[in-house]
Design a protein around this ligand. Structure first.
Ligand SMILES: Cc1cc2nc3c(=O)[nH]c(=O)nc-3n(C[C@H](O)[C@H](O)[C@H](O)COP(=O)(O)O)c2cc1C
Length: 359
């Protein structure tokens, strides 16, 4: 656990209500926020290779994403910022990401844009000077008057390489948040074009409800540089909102939509049905190195996790480091055991077969 001094001061007051950020972290540390529904990895097994003709230590986990080299295809999904506790977690995560050559996204920066005094809680560049870093804003803010200016400011705030625009209509609707989504697509297109002119890739991401083929097609048509299909089967953001609800009606809506969403495995396949080449991150219910390997074998370019990194980072730097080492070793063994010398082989060879559970 974080030391007591890292809890949020009782004096916290901002327009975006940092108390809700603290509640998000507190609830996401418990398994109550997880879907009962599975992400779908149980539907597959790896085709075991008893004679892999490889040295385990020589298996190459290195890859590139959005032009940047990574030492492994693993990412810390967008999570947090806005409070002192979030700042400490971000710093821990950033240092671990740099050490292992991974990538990371910070949480929605709205609170930092609305209250510059909170911007420092998103800073991780000092800890991860070279690793791939994503800024993050909610796409729906564009329907409320935000433009490329705020998008640029979010990137500049943390010295990011790229921007996530998160799509979270069910979360917003369940919590009684921002629900005017009409007209958003043209605004996304405009921001994508403006930032592309600065050399900043914009990647659209769900927050855990998954991606339909139709949505992925629309996003590709809008010109996004990549997609994080963040699907169902891990953290349910309707359940998080149920647990954080301030009124019985909001709790009821969160509960009603707790199992809503497209499982991550289907979301990966859906995006790939829309585009064979769009850079694709798979998030949502990845809980092991084998899940990361499977996500890549199904068509993703990176595997990302949110809640598992939060739980490990909350325990401390050592626990976080062990978690990453274990995850990468498991990924390496899965590649070894399926005869894949590198990420390219994992993504092109027929390494999966229907799982026992599916037969
Ligand atoms: C504590 C916490 C805060 C999150 N905050 C954000 C956020 O601000 N913006 C965002 O795009 N996604 C956010 N997410 C969603 C994750 O990036 C991810 O898509 C989702 O939790 C599913 O992944 P998981 O099953 O590995 O947790 C958050 C997740 C957690 C656990």
């Amino acid at each position: 656990m974080l030391p007591e001094t890292t809890t949020d001061p009782a004096t916290d007051t901002t327009k975006r209500d940092p108390a809700s950020k603290s509640a998000h972290i507190a609830h996401c540390l418990t398994p109550a926020v997880e879907y009962a529904k599975r992400a779908g990895f149980e539907r597959y097994d790896f085709v075991h290779q008893a004679l892999p003709e490889l040295d385990l230590d020589k298996v190459d986990l290195g890859t590139r994403f959005l032009g940047k080299a990574m030492r492994a295809p693993l990412m810390v999904a967008s999570m947090t910022g806005g409070t002192e506790r979030a700042r400490i977690l971000n710093q821990r995560l950033g240092a671990a990401v740099e050490k292992h050559g991974l990538a990371m996204g910070v949480g929605s920066q709205r609170v930092g844009l609305e209250d510059p005094e909170r911007a420092h809680t998103f800073q991780v560049r000092d800890r991860m000077p070279t690793a791939l870093l994503f800024a993050n804003i909610g796409a729906v803010q564009l329907a409320k008057g935000w433009t490329h200016k705020e998008a640029r400011a979010a990137v500049k705030m943390i010295g990011a390489d790229a921007l996530f625009l998160h799509l979270n209509p069910i979360q917003e609707a369940a919590q009684g948040g921002d629900v005017a989504w009409a007209g958003l697509r043209d605004r996304i297109r405009a921001v994508v074009q403006e930032l592309a002119a600065d050399g900043i890739p914009v990647v659209a991401r769900e927050v855990g409800f998954g991606m339909a083929t139709e949505t992925a097609r629309q996003l590709v048509e809008l010109g996004v540089a990549g997609i994080d299909c963040s699907g169902a089967g891990g953290t349910s953001w309707a359940k998080v909102e149920q647990l954080c609800a301030k009124t019985p009606r909001r709790a009821k809506m969160g509960a009603a939509f707790g199992e809503w969403g497209i499982p991550t495995v289907d979301s990966i396949l859906n995006v790939r049905a829309a585009s064979a080449t769009i850079p694709l991150i798979a998030t949502g219910g990845l809980r092991s190195g084998q899940h990361v390997a499977m996500a890549l074998a199904l068509g993703a370019d990176l595997g990302a996790m949110a809640r598992p990194f939060l739980v490990a980072a909350d325990k401390g730097e050592t626990a976080l480091d062990e978690f990453i080492q274990d995850t990468l070793l498991e990924l390496r063994i899965a590649m070894f055991g399926s005869g894949c010398a590198d990420v390219a082989a994992l993504k092109t060879r027929p390494v999966l077969r229907p799982g026992t559970a599916a037969r």
